[in-house]
Design a protein. Sequence first.
Length: 109
Amino acid sequence: MKREEVISYIKEKYSANPEYLWDDTPDAAIFRHAKNRKWFALVMKVQNEEYLNVKTQPEYSDLLRSTYDYIIPAYHMNKEHWNTIVVSREVNQELVFELVDRSYELTRK
């Protein structure tokens, strides 16, 4: 899966544009809610891999990590509530989009 597919999905479904906040990591983009400004996704490149961070419920995080080798504890975020999906690997696109949707819902309030 390519990062552009994730970005397109988020832009189309949630009308959220990527925000590039850091000069030292110009390809890292956050997505946040328009109203509450909370992040619900972060895409970035780490050691030649494309990462997507999404918020998940803690009890679901462990299940995801033990089931899918491309889902790992969140890179540079709270590992209890966030997971990293290594989207540059072979991933289930439907699952990736479902996790983006869940993250969006979890961060809505």
